[in-house]
Design a protein around this ligand. Structure first.
Ligand code: HEC
Ligand code: HEC
Ligand code: HEC
Ligand code: HEC
Ligand code: HEC
Ligand code: HEC
Ligand code: HEC
Ligand code: HEC
Ligand code: HEC
Ligand code: HEC
Ligand code: HEC
Ligand code: HEC
Ligand code: HEC
Length: 333
């Protein structure tokens, strides 16, 4: 009987002559009909190059192998699935989809790969505001340049009027992509308008009815009078640099926040003299000239005799502040 049934199987084989898998891997003698729940020993993952992942594990064989010639099946998603995107994103469906579901959970990454990360206000904008095609599944190119979507905003500006000022159409020269709005402190990010520069009127720096271009960002170009007028200490006399940013930031009142006294001049916030003084003028006894300083106002009063004793054996000892600093540049022994 076995011989007869084998002969019958070969005679009826609908799968093509070159099927290399034994009929009994899939069929039993009960019926030619199969279902995924049948007890076939055939393993699609092991015996073919196309593992049945995700939802494909629950699909009937004939839904993919309609003609039953198994090797004719295509491995490309697009050969079995309709391109609902109408050729707007190409044929490589697997770039965005898996066989689990059609939902796409890497929308942010897709935009990064396109060089257009959804940051700032763009992260809160709905898809259709940018992808305006009526059929939302057609991802027609909208363009990455700000002006591709914001041309009308540009021509509608009045404060300042971008057209008459001749501003570039390359918005990111002045507007940060991550900002939440066109106005605000970010706009002037190349020269932040904060602290002392948080001024009510652009014309404090810019000239009315003139283009905004051409201003020099160097502090001294606007603050020469402040430099010349500074008396506590007198900057010109003290020979201070005109690069104010060595000692100042934009804090109102011109405190010397960036003056790194310990590293640049003499340790006063560390070492022996930490806590040993109350006021700058205890060393800088001439408050209008900080290039001058005194050590002996303190050290005389503290310990005049000991001081002399200490230097008994020290050749070249002088009771002069500049000499003290020469031998004790860090205020230590
Ligand atoms: C890898 C598994 C597999 C192997 C191996 C296999 N078949 Fe099939 N066969 C199927 C599937 C799947 C069907 C479709 C049945 C269904 O959908 O229920 C089928 C259907 C058939 C049918 C019915 C055709 C029809 O039109 O309904 C016959 C006859 C058949 N196979 C014969 C054979 C013979 C003969 C062999 C060995 C030479 C063989 N099969 C090997 C999987 C297999
Ligand atoms: C989701 C679609 C899909 C389903 C469902 C599916 N297959 Fe496949 N199958 C394929 C693809 C794609 C190939 C790879 C064809 C190739 O080799 O290029 C393949 C290959 C095969 C091969 C190897 C063909 C060869 O000669 O290399 C066999 C046999 C096969 N399938 C049998 C089955 C059987 C039996 C079932 C049901 C249990 C099944 N397939 C279900 C898509 C499917
Ligand atoms: C050989 C044909 C074939 C190939 C190749 C194929 N699929 Fe399928 N796929 C099917 C069939 C048939 C179904 C079940 C019917 C349906 O839902 O369309 C299915 C179902 C799915 C489902 C489930 C649909 C749902 O509604 O639940 C997803 C998702 C899917 N496929 C994604 C993919 C992706 C992604 C690829 C490429 C990596 C791919 N498929 C390749 C034939 C194929
Ligand atoms: C660049 C990414 C990308 C590529 C490539 C891509 N898709 Fe999509 N696809 C999407 C997005 C996004 C959605 C909407 C899903 C969502 O909102 O989560 C979608 C949805 C779908 C849906 C579900 C439609 C519905 O009405 O729910 C199907 C089906 C689909 N895609 C098929 C394909 C096929 C087929 C290909 C290949 C030809 C493909 N996709 C390529 C991004 C892509
Ligand atoms: C602020 C505007 C904006 C928003 C909001 C936006 N996108 Fe995009 N999207 C773009 C730009 C720009 C591209 C780059 C390609 C181009 O020029 O169209 C793009 C590309 C895509 C692509 C194609 C990617 C490719 O590789 O082919 C898909 C798919 C997509 N977006 C889906 C979405 C979905 C889904 C949402 C909502 C969750 C969304 N987008 C929200 C602007 C946006
Ligand atoms: C693909 C279209 C698209 C591109 C490209 C694009 N945007 Fe947008 N942008 C939008 C949409 C849509 C909104 C939300 C609606 C609106 O406010 O105009 C938005 C909102 C904004 C807002 C907030 C406006 C407000 O006041 O709420 C700013 C700021 C902005 N975009 C700046 C930029 C900058 C800078 C670039 C270039 C790096 C850029 N956008 C590129 C579409 C785009
Ligand atoms: C040369 C610098 C510069 C460029 C380039 C520039 N802007 Fe502006 N924009 C500004 C400044 C400065 C403001 C005022 C900000 C404020 O008030 O805080 C501004 C304000 C705006 C405003 C709000 C003011 C109003 O009158 O509505 C919009 C909208 C705007 N810009 C859109 C754009 C768009 C779109 C582009 C590119 C196509 C662009 N800008 C390019 C400097 C620029
Ligand atoms: C504290 C001084 C100051 C204030 C206040 C100020 N700006 Fe500026 N602005 C500058 C400087 C300095 C530059 C040049 C920066 C550079 O080139 O690095 C500049 C450059 C610009 C530019 C770029 C011109 C170009 O294309 O080169 C625009 C536009 C501009 N300012 C607009 C404004 C607007 C609008 C306001 C009021 C909301 C304003 N500024 C307030 C100092 C100021
Ligand atoms: C070497 C460090 C240094 C540099 C460089 C410097 N300053 Fe000062 N400036 C100081 C110190 C120290 C003070 C006193 C700060 C304090 O009391 O906290 C001061 C105070 C001032 C004051 C207030 C003085 C007064 O008499 O009221 C002004 C105004 C001032 N600086 C402007 C400038 C300007 C403008 C520049 C650049 C052109 C500049 N400074 C560069 C160290 C510096
Ligand atoms: C384009 C002109 C311009 C430039 C360049 C400029 N400023 Fe100003 N700054 C102003 C104006 C105008 C004010 C407000 C009027 C005033 O206090 O002098 C101001 C105010 C300040 C204040 C507050 C002064 C106070 O009285 O409290 C500080 C601090 C300051 N600027 C520091 C700087 C520093 C540091 C630089 C260089 C990094 C700089 N500025 C560059 C125009 C400028
Ligand atoms: C314990 C003594 C001492 C104290 C206190 C002190 N300094 Fe000095 N300071 C010095 C010495 C020493 C130098 C270095 C002088 C030199 O190298 O010619 C110096 C240098 C400076 C210079 C650079 C002067 C120049 O023209 O090169 C500035 C500015 C300065 N101090 C500011 C201050 C400020 C502001 C304070 C108070 C916060 C302060 N100092 C407190 C000892 C002191
Ligand atoms: C505000 C007062 C004051 C000024 C100004 C002052 N010192 Fe001092 N100095 C002290 C005090 C307090 C001590 C710790 C007690 C002591 O040893 O006399 C000290 C300690 C020292 C020591 C001994 C360190 C050790 O390791 O024991 C040296 C060296 C010294 N100072 C050098 C200087 C020099 C150089 C200057 C001038 C640039 C200077 N001092 C300015 C108050 C001052
Ligand atoms: C030519 C170099 C030189 C000069 C100038 C000099 N010193 Fe000294 N100083 C020394 C040496 C070396 C010692 C350590 C002596 C010892 O331990 O025997 C010393 C010790 C000291 C001590 C004692 C440290 C301790 O451990 O008690 C103080 C305080 C001091 N000097 C402060 C000063 C003051 C203030 C001046 C300026 C009036 C000054 N020195 C000038 C080289 C010098």
């Amino acid at each position: 009987m076995l011989l007869v049934s084998s002969f019958t199987l070969v005679a009826q084989n609908p799968h093509g002559d070159d099927l290399a898998i034994s009929c009994t891997d899939c069929h039993t003698t009960d019926s030619w009909t199969l279902s995924v729940t049948s007890e076939m020993t055939f393993d699609h993952g092991e015996q073919t190059d196309f593992p049945l992942e995700g939802q494909h594990a629950f699909v009937e064989c004939v839904d993919c192998h309609a003609d039953l010639t198994f090797k004719n099946a295509s491995t490309e998603c697009v050969d079995c699935h309709t391109d609902v995107h109408q050729q707007t994103v190409g044929n490589d469906c697997a770039r965005c989809h898996t066989a689990e579901y059609w939902l796409v959970d890497n929308i942010p990454q897709i935009h990064e790969q396109n060089g257009f990360p959804l940051e700032g206000s763009h992260a809160m904008t709905s898809c259709v505001e940018c992808h305006t095609t009526s059929n939302t599944m057609a991802w027609n190119r909208v363009g990455n340049e700000c002006v591709d979507c914001h041309r009308e905003d540009y021509f509608a500006t009045s404060d300042p009027n971008h057209v008459t000022n001749g501003f570039s159409l390359d918005c990111i020269e002045c507007h940060e992509p991550i900002s939440q709005s066109w106005e605000g402190s970010n706009t002037h990010f190349f020269f932040p308008l904060v602290q002392g520069h948080d001024l009510p009127d652009c014309n404090e720096c810019h000239t009315p009815n003139q283009p905004f271009t051409g201003l020099n960002p160097d502090c001294i170009s606007c603050h020469l009078d402040d430099y010349n007028g500074a008396s506590q200490p007198n900057h010109a006399l003290s020979g201070f640099s005109q690069d104010c940013s060595q000692c100042h930031d934009l804090t109102p009142g011109w405190p010397a926040n960036l003056l790194d006294h310990d590293a640049n001049y003499f340790p006063i916030y560390s070492g022996t003299h930490q806590g040993a003084w109350n006021d700058c003028v205890e060393c800088h006894t001439n408050p209008s000239n900080f290039s001058m300083f005194s050590c002996i106002d303190c050290h005389e009063h503290n310990d005049p005799n000991d001081l002399a004793d200490d230097h008994d054996d020290v050749g070249g000892y002088q009771y002069v502040s500049t000499a003290c600093l020469d031998c004790h540049p860090n205020g230590s022994e």
